[in-house]
Design a protein around this ligand. Structure first.
Ligand code: DLZ
Length: 163
């Protein structure tokens, strides 16, 4: 998938939302960039009430994301980095984390921002980490997407006009 065609997401006021960011520990430099990007988005969208929870690896993201939705957070942002190695392990962890996060979102009707980088090497991950020399800022993007989706879901349940 290429980063071409990425939309400019307009920041809106989400001060009434409670947001949780769940972030894996593997690949510290990239993770720090993703977390800073998430914090920047939370600031731009005026979210005051948010918490950061760390998990050992990306495989653990879904179960903790699910617990956070059960704890009444309005949106969860999942951040992780998985770098391909020489074994099929990469595919299993990517699949489990991706399927798990999607299932949490659908089963709980809570937006889960997908800030999970699945990369062939460190350079690809660094290029997406929102660091000074990165071309993309996936922590920001995933957070903005979760917040905008939470707002849309709120308007649907309030039966507001969506246009
Ligand atoms: C085991 C493992 C490996 C090989 N690589 C990564 C990785 O690149 N990124 C990541 O977030 N986690 C990795 N893990 C750890 C698993 O996600 C998980 O934490 C362990 O298998 C323990 O359940």
């Amino acid at each position: 998938m290429s980063g071409e065609g990425i939309p400019q997401l307009k920041a809106v006021d989400c001060h009434d939302l409670r947001v949780a960011v769940v972030a894996a520990l593997w690949h510290e430099e990239v993770m720090n960039g993703l977390i800073e990007g998430a914090k920047r988005a939370l600031g731009d969208f005026q979210v005051d009430s948010w918490e950061l929870v760390r998990v050992p690896g990306s495989f653990e993201l879904p179960v903790v994301a699910q617990a956070l939705t059960n704890a009444s957070f309005d949106a969860v942002v999942a951040l992780g980095v998985i770098i391909r190695g020489g074994t099929p392990h990469f595919d299993y962890v990517c699949q489990a984390a991706t399927d798990g996060l999607n299932r949490v979102a659908l089963d709980t009707q809570t937006p889960v921002g997908f800030g999970l980088l699945t990369c062939d090497n460190d350079d690809q991950a660094l290029d997406r980490a929102g660091l000074p020399h990165s071309r993309e800022d996936k922590g920001y993007e995933a957070t903005a997407a979760a917040l905008l989706t939470a707002q849309t879901l709120g308007r649907i349940s309030a039966q507001e006009r969506l246009g």
